[in-house]
Design a binder for this molecule. Structure first.
Ligand SMILES: C[S@@+](CC[C@H](N)C(=O)[O-])C[C@H]1O[C@@H](n2cnc3c(N)ncnc32)[C@H](O)[C@@H]1O
Length: 255
């Protein structure tokens, strides 16, 4: 398999920069996907992706891995909530919050619930972005399964969800708090002046250089005192290099 050729085509035609991903892991995964589909060469796979839209979507789903749930790692969300209450919302109730690589929307909607709970009258801007338009459309629908809402606390469940035919529908009030946009963390420009950036379970797929670039850009996009909340396997050991201090195990404060 000529990965170089394949990656060049994917960047040109699909607009995803695969060279940003950890290459061994990525190549192993693409090879196993190709075996399942029954193609062996780059040319064969490119031809298939050119003519078959559903295979194209399958490849996108495969690359982007969009598993998520509400309050993923609840104890870490508790830490974030505490810091929001004790420092971020102390001086300013109108926050700018960004859920980057938000997948099905469970993450930004979790943040919206916390904000609505702690600062009900705030006029906060809650940006939620992902590279994958299909998943953004799913997020906008706000319809979830039992397993996706398993970490939602009882009072939030009662207040913000309606159960219909085994599906959990998020309240319109919470939905309307979130602005969804398509955004590629590697190729697109970042907005500025955020109080909180949440970016979890996506940089693990990127190589070190790209990861460093992203953390640098997050630091630039945060206000001083702003918080960066990362995933449970994504400790940033060199956080000082980006101008952060540690606020909690997986939360960093911009100096
Ligand atoms: C595993 S999900 C994480 C969802 C959520 N942050 C969480 O932790 O539950 C990873 C998401 O990253 C998105 N993604 C992958 N590459 C991306 C990129 N270059 N820019 C923005 N989002 C990307 C995928 O589409 C997917 O929805």
């Amino acid at each position: 398999m000529d990965f170089e050729k394949f990656e060049a085509w994917v960047l040109k035609d699909i607009g995803i920069n695969l060279s940003a991903y950890k290459s061994n892991q990525l190549h192993r995964r693409i090879s196993s996907l190709m075996t399942r589909i029954g193609v062996t060469t780059a040319d064969e796979y490119i031809a298939l992706l050119k003519r078959d839209l559903s295979e194209r979507q399958r490849f996108l789903d495969f690359i982007t891995i969009n598993v998520s749930e509400f309050f993923r790692n609840p104890e870490m969300f508790d830490e974030l909530s505490k810091l929001m209450k004790s420092e971020v919302l102390k001086n300013n109730k109108n926050l700018r919050v960004w859920s980057a690589a938000c997948s099905i929307g469970a993450e930004p909607y979790s943040l919206a619930m916390i904000l609505d709970d702690y600062a009900p009258k705030s006029r906060s801007y809650l940006l939620a972005t992902d590279i994958d338009n299909t998943i953004i459309n799913k997020a906008k629908m706000g319809e979830y399964s039992n397993s996706e809402v398993r970490n939602v606390k009882k009072d939030y469940m009662n207040k913000y969800f309606t159960l219909k035919n085994d599906k959990y529908f998020i309240d319109n009030k919470i939905k309307n708090m979130v602005t969804f946009k398509k955004h590629d963390l590697i190729l697109d420009r970042y907005e500025n002046d955020f109080d909180i950036i949440v970016c979890r379970n996506v940089v693990i797929y990127f190589n070190t250089d790209i990861k460093n670039e992203i953390y640098k850009k997050f630091s630039n996009s945060l206000k001083s005192g702003g918080l960066l909340f990362v995933g449970a396997t994504e400790s940033i050991y060199n956080y000082k290099e980006y101008g952060f201090e540690k606020a909690s195990t997986f939360i960093y404060r911009k100096l």
